[in-house]
Design a protein around this ligand. Structure first.
Ligand SMILES: Cc1cc2nc3c(=O)[nH]c(=O)nc-3n(C[C@H](O)[C@H](O)[C@H](O)COP(=O)(O)OP(=O)(O)OC[C@H]3O[C@@H](n4cnc5c(N)ncnc54)[C@H](O)[C@@H]3O)c2cc1C
Length: 390
């Protein structure tokens, strides 16, 4: 694996840098307007608004190294918030398994960011053991629609979503993975009730979603009835690769060092402390190692192999690293991080970042749970990677 950038890649890097300089976050101004401008400018560059989409669907058709460069360069900038559910998770499923009509109907809204999606997989009795899901979809006698009933939980952004992609049970025979059907339906309709769940960090991002007698036309089913598990699994691999957040961790680690340097410690600052520096160095080494794993995964993708079990390695280690960096942030803020709930701005006498250190830490606890808990990733790694080698 050649990790030196080629002359073409260096030229691409310069092009990305120039683009970011011109279009990344303006100081002040109308953020909503800038968000739409950003996507329009990125689209005008030739599909930069949908970097991961293949050329045939209007994406840029980048090589693995171009993706790597894009991720690294953009991580250091403030870019518009962009939910992964439509762009990164559902879109590849539509491209692979959707009909031409479904692609024409749903991809434009996903791409324009005008239609927000949420993911209805987990249920109160089905998380890690997703195949235990019970939300029922019953086909009407005339075969035109399904009637859906059930409860989904931990549904991120359901309260601001227009549509949901939802796993439902249509059959009970055979293996539990059979008889699962992948449906798409609007969130804003009678029969759907969204209840907020406030998590440890004090944020409202996840919800409970009750679904009662919701009619879903058969035209909104992806692929065949009863075969949704196959599509759902493919989507999880895309989700896991995204959650690893290696470029973001590189930026967070650099910020952590700056934060530590801003904290007075003895005659100098916290980053002079050998014990603290050793902890930072340990994370940095693991992050560097994971970056190489990501590069290997990208090289495999470039050779035409989609995300495979290595997405579980990236997810497992990537989220652990995120949490270690967040924990060191709390350590750097010291006692000042304890008053986080009361403070929405720097705390008098404390370091400037203290008010957000604890919130980031607490919110970050979920990263080793969502997208498949760490224990489950270890299981996937054992079954698909280690078992064959032992
Ligand atoms: C912030 C957040 C956002 C989320 N967003 C969404 C979303 O948008 N859409 C969605 O569908 N879901 C979402 N989820 C749900 C998430 O995917 C589940 O929480 C996750 O799959 C774990 O399921 P569970 O919570 O039911 O825990 P459980 O499956 O009950 O697991 C509990 C514990 O047991 C362990 N465990 C379970 N099975 C095994 C096993 N076989 N071997 C060893 N240990 C095991 C787990 O690792 C965990 O530590 C979100 C979760 C969170 C926290």
């Amino acid at each position: 694996m050649d990790i030196e950038l080629s002359a073409e890649d260096r030229a691409f890097q310069q092009e990305v840098r120039a683009f970011l300089k011109e279009h990344a976050a303006p100081a002040g101004g109308d953020r909503a307007q800038w968000r739409m401008q950003w996507f329009a400018s990125a689209a005008a560059k030739g599909g930069w608004d949908v970097p991961k989409w293949p050329r045939q669907f209007g994406g840029p058709g980048w090589t693995a190294s171009q993706h790597y460069i894009w991720d690294k360069e953009t991580a250091a900038h403030t870019l518009p918030l962009d939910s992964p559910f439509g762009i990164t998770m559902l879109a590849p499923i539509l491209m692979a398994y959707g009909t031409k009509e479904q692609q024409d109907r749903f991809l434009p809204g996903i791409r324009s960011r005008q239609v927000n999606w949420c993911q209805g997989y987990s249920e109160p009795g089905a998380g890690s053991d997703l195949a235990a899901l019970k939300t029922r979809a019953v086909l009407s006698e005339d075969g035109s629609h399904y009637l859906v009933n059930g409860t989904k939980i931990w549904t991120s952004l359901a309260h601001i979503s227009d549509w949901i992609f939802c796993l439902t049970r249509t059959g009970d025979t055979g293996k539990r993975q059979q008889g699962i059907t992948f449906l798409l339906f609007p969130m804003k309709q009678p029969g759907i009730e969204v209840k907020p769940i406030i998590t440890l960090g004090g944020r409202h991002a996840v919800n409970m979603v009750h679904i009662a007698d919701v009619k879903v036309p058969v035209a909104n089913r992806i692929g065949k009835e009863g075969e949704g598990w196959t599509y759902a699994k493919g989507l999880l691999q895309h989700e896991r690769t995204g959650i690893a957040g290696i470029s973001r961790s590189l930026v967070a680690l650099a910020a952590l060092k700056e934060k530590a340097r801003s904290v007075k410690y003895g005659e100098g600052n916290l980053f002079d402390d050998a014990a603290f520096r050793a902890k930072v160095a340990a994370v940095e080494i693991d992050l560097m190692a994971l970056e190489f794993t990501e590069l290997r995964s990208m090289a495999a993708a470039a050779a035409g192999n989609g995300p495979g079990p290595e997405s579980s390695i990236l997810k497992l280690k990537g989220t652990q690293i995120q949490q270690r960096i967040q924990k060191l942030g709390v350590e750097a803020a010291g006692l000042y991080s304890a008053v986080w709930r009361q403070a929405s701005q720097p705390i008098c006498g404390g370091p400037r970042f203290a008010h957000e250190a604890m919130e980031n830490y607490l919110t970050g606890r979920a990263a080793t749970i969502y997208g498949g808990a760490s224990e489950v990733q270890r299981d996937v790694i054992w079954k698909n990677v280690l078992k064959n080698r032992s």
